[in-house]
Ligand binder design. Structure first.
Ligand code: S3P
Length: 186
């Protein structure tokens, strides 16, 4: 099967879910941020600090295109889908799945899971919310969307697997996405 790209905001659980899904499918797993860090031999915060976000976006676009387009699960970064040309690329080459969730919970996770995120560090919560809103139109172009609210990573991975099986049995995408992410900012 073609590669499955997980998209969604920081803290949506793309990496955790992606690893489980790859295991279930017997596919290789790639975390795009980790791949960028390895190839650049620098951490994401270092790249942002030394070369700026525009340079990071260039590395991100290149990294995305150098990963396999079959038999893989790719956890993208929160901004990958909004990068120029990235979403059309993923939609054409693979299957794009949006991990949708409640902004407050994703933000809390992104701010507190121990991973350094330069955009979270540099922005207020309100600025992050605006960033999230600006990205929703991109996330919503995914082939399908899975609501992550109150679901464990394993449950989310299983839901994706079921949707993939439905697809193999002839159901076509895109279908109407679950729109739980339209909740108001609390
Ligand atoms: C970013 C999200 C991060 C990482 C970088 C920028 C973004 O990935 O790519 O810090 O622009 O939303 P995660 O979504 O895995 O945190």
């Amino acid at each position: 099967m073609e590669t499955i790209y997980l998209i969604g905001f920081m803290g949506a659980g793309k990496t955790t879910v992606g690893k489980i899904l790859a295991d279930l499918l017997g596919y290789s797993f790639y975390d795009l941020d980790e791949y960028i860090e390895k190839t650049a031999a620098q951490s994401i915060p270092e790249i942002f600090a030394e070369k700026g976000e525009a340079h990071f976006r260039l590395l991100e676009a290149r990294a995305l295109r150098s990963l396999p387009v079959r038999q893989a699960v790719v956890a993208t970064g929160g901004g990958t889908a909004a990068g120029r040309g990235n979403l059309p690329y993923m939609l054409e080459k693979g299957l794009v799945v949006h991990l949708a969730g409640d902004f407050s919970r994703m933000y809390a996770r992104a701010a507190g899971d121990g991973r350094e995120r330069p955009l979270i560090a540099a922005k207020s919560r309100e600025e992050c919310f605006r960033l999230y809103q600006s990205r929703l139109p991109f996330y919503r172009k995914a082939h399908f969307s899975v609501d992550t609210t109150d679901r464990s990573p394993a449950e989310i991975a299983r839901t994706i697997l079921e949707r993939l099986k439905e697809r193999e049995n002839g159901k076509t995408f895109p279908e109407k996405a679950e729109r739980k992410d339209e909740r108001e900012y609390e």
